[in-house]
Design a protein around this ligand. Structure first.
Ligand code: SF4
Length: 357
């Protein structure tokens, strides 16, 4: 498509999309108003999380931390507990770092200002600046790339499109309702122009669209995820379980169970524990689970280890490796784990291997 033809097509988007958005927008908790704090929290949550999964977390989060000062002052354990289940915990840590800056110097009013804050990229900055401050700042995420690549029949690779579309779309922003225009594009991508089987017959852009199918955008092949095998041990003493706080990696600041860095069957697990110094114990039945991160997979087997001995006194055999020293383990009961310690889904599933007492 010629440049001038692309420009003309993009200029037609606001009228078509705004009329459609007024009738079809979803009722979402972060759309109640355009308070920058609330819009910002929702945009960060939605970066890697589906709308349905984010809703409940969002409501709880803003109820507990209703403004930027509350977020800035929140203890890390409480913050990560509120984030539990959303994954990608670095988002929560960056959100708080940025909140400390905003609590001091106020909310930025432009996309450029937002981009200077930790954890805020082009997309998020554009979304907040247009939704909250009516700036003509496009927010181009995967949904918007999908819609525009199809409308314009642009077969270039996604990352190239993302940068190009942001610049191309800015002049097409309407004089009013800029925030709604941003949201209407995202909404169309989320509800009509779906990755597979788009609902073209109900699409307000049907007459403009040059593709009318899921043939675009062109996807780059993802590198294969790296696989790690682990054996988790859930040391149980009465109703208490041994946990440790993770101090590095993607789950930094959250809590987990002791894990040895190799797969083990029952006999190997018992041998490992004996060599670590545990004498009096009973091993529960194994439970297997695979947890998939964006770039790696953990293939895990979990065992409950019922023992009155303190697991923090054990020593890792010299020929073994583990994510953390035994010495960092401490015991907490289930009520404390539920209310106080953030247990990410990468570990939470393993609770099912423990027999309730
Ligand atoms: S017509 Fe189909 S492919 Fe084109 S924008 Fe609409 S839903 Fe997407």
């Amino acid at each position: 498509m010629e440049k001038s033809e692309r420009e003309t097509t993009l200029q037609k988007l606001p009228a078509l999309l705004l009329a459609w958005y007024d009738k079809n927008k979803r009722d979402l908790p972060w759309r109640e108003n355009t308070d920058p704090y609330r819009v910002w929290v929702s945009e960060i949550m939605l970066q890697q999380t589906r709308v349905e999964a984010a809703k409940e977390h969002y409501i709880r989060f803003v109820r507990e931390l209703p403004d930027v000062r509350a977020l800035a002052a929140c203890p890390e354990d409480k913050l990560l507990k509120l984030w539990e289940g959303l994954g990608y915990y670095s988002r929560a840590r960056n959100l708080q770092k940025a909140a400390k800056i905003v609590a001091e110097s106020g909310f930025p009013q432009t996309a450029e200002g937002w981009k200077k804050l930790p954890g805020v990229g082009d997309y998020t900055a554009g979304a907040i600046a247009s939704i909250c401050f009516e700036e003509a700042s496009p927010a181009v995420d995967g949904n918007v790339v999908r819609v525009l690549s199809r409308v314009l029949a642009d077969g270039r690779e996604q990352e190239t499109l993302k940068r190009g579309f942001a610049a191309e779309l800015a002049p097409a922003y309407p004089a009013a309702r800029r925030g709604d225009f941003t949201q209407s594009l995202m909404e169309l991508g989320a509800t009509v122009c779906l990755p597979a089987s788009p609902l073209c017959l109900t699409c307000p852009l049907f007459s403009l669209c040059q593709t009318k199918s899921d043939a675009l955008p062109r996807r780059k092949e993802k590198p294969q995820r790296r696989i790690f095998c682990k054996t988790l041990f859930l040391f149980c003493d009465g109703g208490r379980l041994a946990l440790y706080r993770r101090t590095a990696g993607v789950l930094k600041g959250t809590y987990g169970f002791f894990s040895a860095e190799r797969p083990m069957d029952n006999a190997q697990a018992e041998d490992f524990l004996r060599r670590a110094g545990l004498q009096n114990f009973a091993l529960g039945a194994p439970l297997a689970h695979t947890h998939v991160f964006s770039h790696l997979e953990w293939h895990m087997t979990a065992y409950a280890v019922y023992s009155p001995e303190d697991a923090a006194r054990l020593e890792l055999p010299a020929d073994e490796s583990a994510e953390a020293d035994f010495a960092r383990l401490f015991y907490a009961d289930k009520r404390e784990i539920e209310s106080r310690y953030s247990l990410p889904s990468a570990f939470r599933w393993a609770l099912a291997c423990v027999t309730p007492n």
